[in-house]
Design a protein around this ligand. Structure first.
Ligand SMILES: *[C@@H]1O[C@H](CO)[C@@H](O)[C@H](O)[C@H]1NC(C)=O
Ligand SMILES: *[C@@H]1O[C@H](CO)[C@@H](O)[C@H](O)[C@H]1NC(C)=O
Ligand SMILES: *[C@@H]1O[C@H](CO)[C@@H](O)[C@H](O)[C@H]1NC(C)=O
Length: 498
């Protein structure tokens, strides 16, 4: 059992091993004003970074703090979301406004998930909730409220959401050495209208078996796999991008990206393996077990394709994990490497997960999460590392993807305040989960919870997530605590002094 289990670990399952290790040396924050214990983010800056906050969704051997998290790039916590396993937490644009989106749900040990995509405005109010229902078969036979897989939650310019889904299907696996009535996972993707939750497009790999034959899968059929409970994951779809007249998808277990025409036809295959597929690739463009294939600068003649080249999987480390930016020439069917990103001083073999984010077309900075390795890195235009941040024990905590995004938020909720009363003074602890715009706190007297006339006592600069102020004037029974930007009040709350 163990051998088959280890050999077939594909994307997320190493975490169950991490959890068994009980090896939590990583420091976790304790806060007095919030019931969180998020991981401390250890940041190393080695150059000039682009502006933005770090968005991660860590999970693994953590004592707690599994949630969608935002930190500033000095490592201060800014936001902790609900205590859900999350993925793809980032800023996107929906109906012309900046929102944060994340997938939250349940991860199956087979390397996919069942969940829901949450879309929150800049007050963290949920404005859209995207679900996928339908006739799906799960390995445990249990129905789910929503079948959106964790791997993709990409908003398109037409205000739709591209998501992936996995479905257990009985299938003839004789082409890969199995039996006639075994089970595998079909890889599907859906385009869903965000406003109405209607499915506007769907596609299934198994319906295109002639164009994507099972024999081409790099995922061997081992031992116990091929049953209803342990279906063979032949394709492993992990990203979907909208392009003119179709979609570009990533099938990890084929080391390839495919252009799917809107009519469903597979128009071409770009393989990371030389001599395979419809393109001739240069030496640096070789990739395998990849994630997060993104497309930009699309014309009739070509496009730029960015991707996270894992180059490794559990039990094998073959080459450094790299970020690749490729020029795809559709006329001559040639692929030329534009950039290959690797920190020579900290070579990583990310055995699963990960992503590549072009932060800005002006600065050409790239942000990468190393998935199963609990690190993120920012590279500058010259491919030098300018920031590395770690959020857990190496190999025991993962963030499926990680992003660096600019974000402005003023939460719908009020600040949280704890007053620690001493004999003749008090320490006031203040935080405002998710708020990006305040830079200082002011404390005033208050005669009651409803009072409106207040006398200024003191103000203190914001220091990270939680700020402490010592107050010696204890003549009033209450304090009014105000989060401010300069002198402008943004939110306030009245709390008892003792
Ligand atoms: C899932 O697979 C089953 C067969 O196992 C099939 O009947 C069903 O239509 C599939 N669902 C989707 C959404 O493709
Ligand atoms: C889909 O469109 C492409 C491009 O026009 C064409 O080559 C292909 O045959 C079409 N497939 C089907 C099933 O109509
Ligand atoms: C891609 O497009 C952007 C915006 O149009 C442009 O600034 C950039 O130079 C293009 N990149 C390449 C490599 O062609």
């Amino acid at each position: 059992m163990l051998r088959g289990f280890l050999a077939a670990i594909s994307t997320l399952t190493f975490l169950s091993l991490g959890a068994l290790a009980q090896d939590d040396h990583w420091p976790y924050m304790t806060l007095l004003t919030a019931p969180f214990t998020p991981p401390q983010l250890e940041v190393k800056k080695t150059g000039l970074t682009d502006p933005g906050y770090i968005f991660i969704g860590p999970r693994g051997n953590q004592p707690s703090g599994v949630a969608a998290l935002i930190y500033d790039d000095d490592g201060n916590l800014v936001y902790q979301g609900p205590p859900d396993v999350s993925a793809n937490f980032k800023v996107q644009r929906v109906f012309n406004q900046n929102v944060v989106t994340f997938w939250a749900g349940e991860m199956m040990f087979l390397g996919f998930g069942y969940g829901t995509v949450h879309i929150l405005d800049n007050t963290y109010t949920e404005i859209y909730t995207v679900v996928l229902t339908g006739n799906f078969i799960s390995p445990d036979g249990l129905p789910r409220d929503s079948y959106i897989d964790l791997h993709e939650s990409h908003v398109t310019k037409r205000n739709t959401l591209l998501v992936t889904a996995y479905n257990v299907t009985q299938f003839d696996l004789t082409p890969i050495g199995g039996g006639v009535d075994q089970y595998m996972l079909d890889s599907l993707f859906f385009e869903i209208d965000i406003a109405t939750n209607e499915i506007v497009y769907s596609w299934s790999a198994l319906e295109h078996i002639q164009e994507i034959p099972l024999e081409q899968s790099k995922q061997d059929l081992v031992d116990e796999y091929g049953t209803l409970e342990m279906p063979w994951d032949g394709y492993h779809i992990n990203s979907v991008e909208l392009v003119d007249e179709g979609y570009i998808i990533s099938l990890r277990h084929y080391w390839s990206s495919y252009y799917i025409h809107t009519n469903g036809t597979v128009m071409w295959r770009l393989s990371g393996e030389k001599g395979v597929g419809d393109f001739e690739i240069d030496d640096d463009a070789v990739f395998s077990w990849q994630h997060d294939i993104r497309v930009r600068n699309q014309t009739n003649d070509g496009m730029i394709m960015d991707l996270f080249n894992n180059a490794n999987r559990p039990l094998e480390t073959t080459a450094p994990t790299t970020g690749l930016s490729l020029a795809v020439d559709l006329v001559n069917r040639k692929v030329t490497t534009l950039r290959s990103l690797n920190d020579e001083d900290d070579v990583i073999h990310a055995i699963s997960q990960g992503n590549y984010q072009l932060m800005s077309e002006q600065t050409n900075h790239v942000f990468m999460s190393y998935g199963s390795t609990s690190k993120v890195k920012e590279f500058d235009a010259n491919n030098n590392v300018v920031l590395t941040a770690q959020f857990g024990d190496e190999g025991a905590v993962a963030s499926y993807r990680g992003y660096k995004c600019q974000w402005k938020a003023t939460p719908a909720w009020k600040p949280a305040v704890v007053v620690e009363r001493n004999l003749n003074s008090a320490t006031v602890l203040m935080s405002w989960n998710g708020a990006t715009e305040y830079d200082n706190w002011a404390i005033y007297t208050a005669s009651s919870l409803e009072s409106t006339d207040h006398t200024f006592i003191t103000s203190v600069k914001r220091t990270g997530f939680e700020t402490a102020a010592d107050v010696h004037n204890l003549r009033s029974p209450y304090f009014q605590v105000v989060a401010r930007k300069g002198n402008i009040p943004l939110s306030s709350i009245i709390v008892p002094v003792s």
